[in-house]
Design a protein around this ligand. Structure first.
Ligand SMILES: O=C(CO)[C@H](O)[C@H](O)COP(=O)(O)O
Length: 262
């Protein structure tokens, strides 16, 4: 990456930079997937290389595993870690209860398993992901390739029976071919418009044969850290509500940030 970063990238960097303050020596850390999570992985890598931080990372995708190794983080599997101290990840939407839609980057299955196996899940994001009601972002569901068109019909019928708005679903594509996840599955994106009861929808979707997992994260996230392009950080904590924080004055002096702009 080179040149001037966009305001959104600056905001993502600020959120990532604040989130890594939660990481301490000896921790097992879940490493999310996506452009915001990639900033966090780079920040942690810098702490490992420059400050001697000792952590083990459990990545949520092959992309993140590759980046983590590249920046010097020791990578282990979830089975080796068994349980994690914290997972830091991005999101596509979050609401006032810190429920999320995730999976825009196609890694929702590993992301949900890893976040659920963590003492704490911290979401890092820019302000554009905050919504009053989840659902404007198409909800990704991971389905096995066998009979995916039948699974799609079953999901649509189920949505009609639940009287859920929207109901269109599309198979995610990668060029001319269906998108394939790290587990060899496909993704259906559900265009719902507005999700009334995320918990109920999540439970019902996972009952449909062929559905592996859906991108609704209900009662999993503990903290959302919102970054802004001018360095301001705001934290939403599930227990403490909104915590206004000072503007962080590191953007122009941060080595990692400067490197990325060169
Ligand atoms: O859920 C995800 C990947 O499956 C990502 O966290 C989500 O799509 C946000 O990505 P970005 O940080 O690039 O906006």
């Amino acid at each position: 990456m080179s040149g001037e970063l966009s305001p959104i990238d600056k905001a993502k960097f600020v959120a990532a930079k604040r989130a890594v303050d939660f990481v301490e020596d000896g921790m097992r850390v879940g490493l999310g997937t996506g452009s915001t999570a990639a900033w966090m992985v780079r920040c942690l890598g810098e702490m490992v290389r420059e400050d001697g931080l000792k952590i083990k990372g459990v990545p949520t995708s092959t992309r993140t595993a590759d980046l983590a190794r590249e920046v010097g983080i020791e990578v282990i599997s979830l089975d080796e870690a068994k349980w994690l101290d914290v997972t830091i990840d991005g999101a596509d939407e979050f609401d006032g209860d810190l429920n999320l839609i995730k999976g825009g980057g196609g890694a929702l299955l590993q992301e949900k398993i890893v976040a659920t196996a963590s003492d704490q899940m911290i979401v890092i994001t820019d302000a554009s992901k905050e919504v009053e009601h989840l659902g404007a972002f198409p909800l990704p569901i991971e389905v096995i390739p066998f009979g995916w068109q039948t699974t799609k019909s079953l999901v649509e019928e189920m949505l009609i029976s639940m009287d859920v708005m929207g109901r269109d679903s599309t198979l995610r594509m990668n060029g001319d071919h269906p998108y394939v996840t790290d587990e060899g599955n496909h993704i259906l994106d559900l265009h719902l418009g507005r999700i009334g009861n995320a918990r109920q929808l999540s439970l019902v979707l996972n009952q449909v044969p062929g559905v592996v997992e859906n991108g609704l994260f209900v009662d999993i996230c503990d903290v959302v850290i919102l970054g802004f392009a001018d360095g301001k950080v705001e934290t939403r904590d599930i227990n403490e509500g909104t915590v206004e924080e000072d503007r962080l004055d590191f953007l122009e002096s941060d080595n990692l940030f400067k490197d990325m702009m060169d």
